[in-house]
Design a protein around this ligand. Structure first.
Ligand code: ADP
Ligand code: ASP
Ligand code: MG
Length: 814
């Protein structure tokens, strides 16, 4: 004999019911079959909705009723195109009963638990009847038995307790002499000893099937549902979740108790004692392997088997100095809750005994507070304890695994990865058996937490990075293209799953939690919402994704003003924008401190020398204990380009125009030619060397004409380059006469920094610096005589984009 159970989705449409009938037909060729069915998917909720509307004098209950009717009639007609009349007759009479019940609730304004059970029982009674009759119509040897005649319970309505002695005898008695090959039983429904309709609790059809399987001592119980087994975590919240092939009874119980809805928690108990395995299968994909729940521990090396979550949790805290060392507080607390029939889902108590924290269902929080505060009235009046504190909108997440106890460091890993992602933990519980480690967190963090933990324990090989890019001009566009090209490589070789989830230019912004389609990003961005810096920040924060990185590819002050906000959300910041790092020292320091405090990297390698690894090298020198004594550098790719191309056969104006056209200068070329850009860079290097310095402290000797320095606009500035050509030619002539090259040099020496145009002799390392190259020479305590030199292209969209890319990957490797 076989026992199978089919859930709501499995019997939720005529198409799915046809699948179910096929499965049953095949099984029945070899064996007698018992099939437990749920109500048609969604019907239990709709019945409760109608009941509550009626109770609240909302005439809308009639619409809800009509929807229920329509859903059933459609299924009947689709399954039995020619022979629906007899089924409809019966269903119609049941529906009239249902309608009278709802009308009654409407009339008296009351929906007691007893009536509620009567109401929801219609769901399973109807579905089981329709399926059995359809099978008969198709010539199968099938019949329905109303399980209310078998499942006998107490009168604890909405979640009645089974009387096993009577129930087992009923089941054995009935199945001893069944003549049909397939018996359809409604799940969930039962009857009290006193003859009232009861139910086994929401999701209880699984339990019905387990009770039948145990009573008949079958070899295996099959639970057919809408997913291919028990997953490593809730597949609706974590895309990467996958079915667990084998799991122990205890693990399955823990996972289901902590929210894995795929199995109703009490289901395991009856079959566990008899060692009957449960096989979870997918009606929509019958060939998938599914999950076997049993005592078989072979082949299981995974310490963490699954992660689950329960939503709508309230945390109740009882605390007060009067509790310390005085016995009986906990006992009284638990007694009060037990009297109120409030289920405690989680308990934590600090060893100081100064406080006890309980996780309970949010719906029961108010009544819990009231009854506890009343019971401890005296102690509260005497200030021995505080009134109960209640926090809501919480959720419990739990790691489950039988062999977690044999592995060190699991809770450490769990909490550090949550911490890194700015997920605040309100309470923690870990049983001594260590089959379960649970934590209470904000409901709004659940999705991020499950994904973070899943990545940590089940996808150790890949790390997802979620990138939000602001500014997709010249450099930004290159960055997006480079990421698009490298995604596959990063995944395969560095195990980094890099996704762009937010994009913005000055006009539009675009978000996609699943990763923006990089083939069409320009079109998608154009169709995006109107851009704003605040809006971009708010959306990034609301998406609340793990390993989030904000990338600033603008040169905009307002964007830089947002870094602190991002860091405070533990969102990393990667910027080629130099403004923040070269702003006043307090701001620079604040951002550095926030980065440390919130464990969110703040990286700006491209602020100096575009893609050259200058800041990273400097940081490594300092971290390893070296000390910078001086820095000599040519740090302006654009100025180097200008002075390498400017001579007595070219015009200064033309060369500067060309540098701008090729994207080597800042959008405003005055920032480069006035020396401000280079001053910012040496300032950043000085600060990264550990010096507290501001831009005003840097000596800047300009080479531009006075009119050039004072020009009001970029156009005016270009005009001065034409009119002051003679001045620039004289600079060139002077250098040439001495056999020197003109280079714009930044220096940092003994805590002082300067920038100026210099005539460089032919034996100097700067002399042969070509094109738009940069060079930096670090003299340190360890590099005393020969400096450490970094040299290469220091400007250009491609190399700047690759420098940003390198910073993003540094975050990934963090
Ligand atoms: P049925 O109606 O077949 O009893 P349920 O809706 O009760 O189905 O349970 C199946 C659902 O449980 C899945 O669709 C899935 O969304 C949810 N679920 C939550 N956690 C898990 C998990 N760890 N593994 C599988 N499914 C889960
Ligand atoms: N129909 C019931 C419910 O939705 C029982 C079940 O489907 O298992 O809770
Ligand atoms: Mg279920």
């Amino acid at each position: 004999m076989k026992v199978l159970k089919f859930g709501g989705t499995s019997v939720g449409s005529s198409k799915n019911i046809n699948n179910v009938i096929n499965i049953l037909e095949n099984y029945s060729k070899k064996d007698t079959v018992v099939c437990v069915v749920s109500a048609v998917g969604g019907i239990t909720d709709k019945l409760l909705l109608a009941g509550n509307q009626a109770k609240n004098k909302d005439i809308g209950y009639e619409d809800a009723f009509n929807t229920i009717k329509e859903i059933h009639f459609n299924i009947i007609n689709e399954l039995n195109p020619d022979k629906s009349a007899a089924i409809i007759d019966y269903v119609d009479s049941k529906l009239s009963e249902l309608k009278s019940l709802l009308d009654g609730i409407y009339l008296i304004n009351e929906l007691s638990p007893k009536t509620s059970d009567k109401l929801v029982s219609f769901g399973e009674l109807l579905s089981s009847f329709i399926i059995a009759e359809t099978m008969k119509n198709r010539g199968l040897s099938a019949d329905r038995k109303n399980s209310q005649e078998l499942m006998i319970t107490n009168s604890n309505f909405t979640k009645a307790e089974v009387n096993y002695a009577i129930t087992n005898a009923n089941i054995k008695g009935y199945f001893k002499s069944v003549s049909q090959q397939i018996t359809i039983l409604p799940g969930f429904v039962s009857m009290s000893v006193a003859g009232e309709q009861t139910t086994l609790g929401r999701g209880g059809s699984d339990f019905t099937a387990a009770i039948v399987a145990a009573a008949l001592q079958v070899e295996q119980l099959e639970i057919w549902t809408d997913v291919s087994g028990m997953f490593t975590t809730n597949p609706k919240l974590v895309k990467q979740a996958y079915p667990i092939e084998k799991i122990s009874y205890q693990e399955a119980m823990e996972l289901s108790h902590f929210g894995a809805k795929v199995l109703y928690p009490p289901t395991v108990q009856p079959v566990l004692n008899l060692n009957i395995p449960i096989h979870i299968k997918n009606t929509l994909e019958p060939d998938a392997v599914g999950t076997i729940i049993s005592n078989d521990k072979t082949g299981s090396t995974q310490a963490v088997k699954g992660i689950s979550n329960i939503s709508n949790i309230a945390l109740l805290t009882l605390q007060g100095s009067g509790m310390v060392g005085i016995p009986g507080f906990s006992r009284r607390l638990f007694e009060i809750l037990s009297q109120e029939k409030i289920n405690i889902i989680m308990i934590t108590q600090a060893s100081s005994e100064h406080s006890i924290c309980l996780g309970i269902d949010e719906k029961e929080a108010e009544i819990a507070k009231l009854s506890i505060d009343t019971a401890f009235e005296n102690e509260i009046a005497l200030h021995k304890i505080d009134p109960i504190i209640i926090e809501k909108d919480l959720s419990i997440i739990a790691l489950v695994g039988d062999s977690m106890k044999n592995h060190q460091g699991i809770s450490g890993k769990m909490f550090s990865s949550l911490g890194k992602n700015n997920i605040n933990i309100r309470a923690i519980a870990q049983g001594a058996s260590e089959k379960n480690i649970s934590a209470v967190i904000a409901e709004s963090d659940v999705k991020k937490a499950l994904n973070t933990l899943h990545e940590q324990f089940f996808e150790t090989k890949t790390k997802q990075l979620n990138v939000f890019i602001t500014g997709v001009g010249n450099v930004g566009e290159k960055l997006v293209e480079q990421i698009k090209q490298q995604r596959k490589y990063l995944k395969e070789n560095l195990k980094i799953n890099l996704r762009i989830v937010g994009l913005s230019n000055s006009r539009r912004m675009l978000f996609d939690e699943e990763g923006i389609d990089l083939k069409n990003w320009k079109i998608l961005l154009n169709e995006g919402e109107v851009a704003s810096l605040e809006g971009f920040f708010e959306s990034t924060k609301a998406m609340n994704l793990r390993n989030s990185i904000f990338v600033d590819v603008t040169a905009n002050r307002d964007v830089a003003d947002f870094y602190a906000k991002y860091l405070r959300q533990s969102i990393g910041v990667v910027a080629c924008n130099k403004i923040a790092c070269s702003s006043n020292y307090e701001n620079y320091k604040l951002l550095k401190d926030l980065s440390l405090k919130y464990n969110a990297p703040y990286l700006f390698e491209t602020n100096v020398g575009a893609g050259l690894p200058i800041i990273d090298t400097l940081n490594n020198l300092i971290a390893s204990g070296d000390k910078v004594t001086s820095i000599h550098a040519v740090l302006s790719g654009s100025l180097n380009f200008v002075f390498n191309n400017f001579n007595d056969t070219t015009k200064f104006y033309d060369v500067v125009k060309q540098a701008a056209a090729e994207g080597y200068t800042e959008p405003d070329p005055r920032i480069d030619l006035s020396g401000v850009d280079v001053a910012r860079k040496i300032l950043i290097l000085a600060r990264e060397s550990g010096i507290e310095m501001n831009l005003e402290d840097i000596e800047n000797t300009p080479f531009l004409s006075e009119s050039g320095m004072k020009s009001d606009s970029v156009d005016d500035f270009y005009q001065t380059l034409i009119s002051d050509e003679a001045l620039y030619q004289s600079l060139y002539a002077s250098a040439k006469a001495k056999g020197c090259q003109l280079k714009y040099v930044a220096q940092f020496n003994n805590g002082k920094a300067s920038v100026s145009l210099q005539e460089i002799p032919s034996d100097h390392p700067f002399y042969n610096l070509e094109g738009k190259d940069n060079i930096v020479m670090f003299y340190t305590q360890r590099y005393k005589e020969q400096p450490m030199i970094i040299k290469g292209a220091g400007a250009g969209a491609d190399v700047t984009a690759s420098g940003l890319f390198a910073d993003i990957i540094r975050v990934g490797n963090n």
